[in-house]
Design a protein around this ligand. Sequence first.
Ligand code: RTP
Ligand code: MG
Length: 157
Amino acid sequence: ELSFFFPVEQTLATIKPDALEGHRDEIMEEIKGAGFVISQIKETCLDREMAEEFYKEHKGKPFFEQLVDYMCQGPSLMMILSKENAVNEWRALMGPTDPEVAQSTAPGSLRSKFAKSILQNGLHGASNEEHAVEKIKFVFGDIDLERVDVIDTGINQ
Ligand code: RTP
Ligand code: MG
């Protein structure tokens, strides 16, 4: 079992409403193709209060209200992704926040393909390990991350 030598890490990944509606299957294939295990998955419609909490670190920024509107426009897909170095690997697969930057600096990335604008950029990923634990707790409650890979979500084939 390789994970004995290369400890598996978890991150919180989100397919935002517009990308979920338009590109769910393509994005799921890319996630599995990149070697992530989908350890938990939940489709959920954030309400304003939840969206504000989800992005609380951006409260007060000029784009905050638009960001909350965007996150509430339909269901999002929340996932715990497991892989060695999952936090950074998932951010690399997403690519930069701004799709124009993504297209020029990370042409294979998900945002280079599926983001519509710097706001409507289709995907979220926790920015560091501490943030990942906090976001996982917020979305999935108090689950045991040591055991999260034992649960078979049935969608990793
Ligand atoms: P995320 O948190 O969603 O994974 O995105 P990120 O780290 O790449 O970018 P961050 O700075 O954390 O911004 C969070 C989300 O806010 C929206 N945004 N809009 N209009 C703007 O200038 C602007 N800047 C950021 C995006 O939806 C971004 O993903
Ligand atoms: Mg962020």
